[in-house]
Design a protein around this ligand. Structure first.
Ligand SMILES: [Zn+2]
Length: 90
């Protein structure tokens, strides 16, 4: 039962189905609409790689937030840390 596959809000006018990475990037960049966020949340329940990457990214952000100046984490710093961790994991 995958009634979701027909209503993926990430599918653009081109009809191209986005990959997990593309969806994740969208969410993490905060470009996603409420509909897309909801869809992705559901997707994470059944997709371990997405779940793990998302969790990883969120914990990096939390860590930076709590450790340095209490402000928002700079994007490039988050990217750098995420890259390093993903390299170690794979
Ligand atoms: Zn996925």
């Amino acid at each position: 039962m995958s009634q979701l596959s027909n209503s993926n809000p990430f599918i653009g006018p081109s009809g191209k189905k986005p990959t997990c990475m593309e969806m994740l990037q969208f969410i993490l960049d905060n470009d996603a609409s409420e509909e897309q966020k909801a869809y992705f949340k559901q997707h994470m329940d059944s997709c371990m790689p997405c779940f793990k990457s998302y969790e990883l990214d969120m914990s990096i952000r939390q860590l930076i937030k709590s450790k340095c100046c209490g402000g928002e984490a700079p994007e490039d710093l988050v990217d750098k840390i995420r890259e390093q961790i993903t390299q170690k994991l794979s």
